[in-house]
Ligand binder design. Structure first.
Ligand code: NDP
Length: 285
């Protein structure tokens, strides 16, 4: 058996085409959605992510602006910038590209973003809202994964979902969203003993560890849906996921490739959250 490949690129195109109509509608009614991105330093990966976000915004008709600070910038400067953006009526979404340099306090910076502009969903209030089932903004990567499951009509209710990884930006919110949608959820970490005994029980296996190709075919139940969040750069420059795609695809029912799987859906979710935020301001006028 060979798994059906979940085509994140095509799905992202379809979802963006749908949401583009909402941007047109908003713009015609005088609200052009706007996203502000704050980046500190010149981390090469962050620079590429920011460039991709700006490009995606421009393609869908969202105004975007980048506030770039040097590596040595002080936290106060960033807080001041966020405070101005919070008050700026043309900006509906604010995101701070992580990681920040080590002299920054992540939580202090993130919680200075207005909760109704926190399109990454990392503000403590929005994390609490997600956990208590009244989501304000869903974090982009897990939101993208949920859109994939929905579009491919993969059942969640009553299924066993295993999430490998417990980061605040992927693993934990992913587990919460699957739980909210009726899955029975297990979270595994680097401390889990005998990982395979858990992953083999998964109907839906989401892997977000940053460990290249650590999930092999013997760790996957026949017919399972395997979502590979990992993006790893190998020494030869090639990109790969946390799942050994070539062997796991012969066991799984559905599988996401890397690249071309979860990645494009993460940016798509950011666009959706920004548009949602602009729609909310329009409603509240
Ligand atoms: P983190 O490093 O923050 O978290 C990794 C998690 O994986 C930790 O919880 C860690 O456990 C767990 N882990 C590490 N090794 C193992 C192991 N051998 N067995 C079980 N669990 C393990 O990473 P992120 O969540 O930020 O990112 C994970 C991957 O996803 C990376 O490759 C990243 O590049 C990618 N990514 C992709 C995105 C996309 O859009 N496609 C978006 C965001 C991230 P412990 O807590 O015990 O240390």
């Amino acid at each position: 058996m060979s798994a059906q490949i979940i085509d994140g690129k095509q799905l992202a195109r379809d979802v963006r085409a749908d949401w583009k109509r909402r941007v047109v509608d908003l713009t015609e009614r005088g609200v052009k959605p706007g996203l502000a991105v704050i980046i500190v330093g010149d981390n090469p990966a962050s620079t590429i992510y920011v460039r991709n976000k700006v490009k995606a915004c421009s393609e869908i008709g969202i105004h975007s602006e980048v506030h770039h600070f040097s590596e040595n910038a002080q936290q106060g400067e960033i807080l001041e910038c966020i405070s101005l953006l919070n008050q700026n009526k043309c900006i509906h979404g604010i995101l701070v590209q992580l990681p920040l340099p080590s002299h920054f306090e992540n939580n202090k910076v993130i919680t200075s973003i207005a909760i109704d502009k926190d399109v990454d969903g990392f503000h403590l209030y929005n994390v609490g809202a997600l956990v208590t089932g009244s989501t304000n903004f869903a974090p982009c990567t897990p939101y993208g994964v949920m859109l994939m499951l929905e579009q491919y009509r993969i059942p969640i209710v009553g299924k066993h979902a295993v999430v490998v990884g417990r980061s605040n930006i992927v693993g934990k919110p992913m587990a919460m969203m699957l739980l909210e949608h009726g899955a029975t959820v297990t979270i595994c970490t680097s401390k889990t003993k005998d990982l395979t005994q858990f992953t083999r029980l998964a109907d839906i296996l989401v892997v977000a560890t940053g460990r290249p190709r650590m999930i092999t075919a013997n760790m996957v139940k026949s017919g399972a849906t395997v979502i590979d969040v990992g993006i790893n750069r190998l020494p030869d420059g090639q990109l790969c996921g946390d799942v050994e795609f070539d062997t796991v695809k012969d066991v799984a029912g559905y599988i996401t490739p890397v690249p071309g799987g979860v990645g494009p859906m993460t940016i798509t979710s950011l666009l959706c959250n920004t548009i949602l935020s602009a729609e909310r301001t329009k409603l509240s006028v």
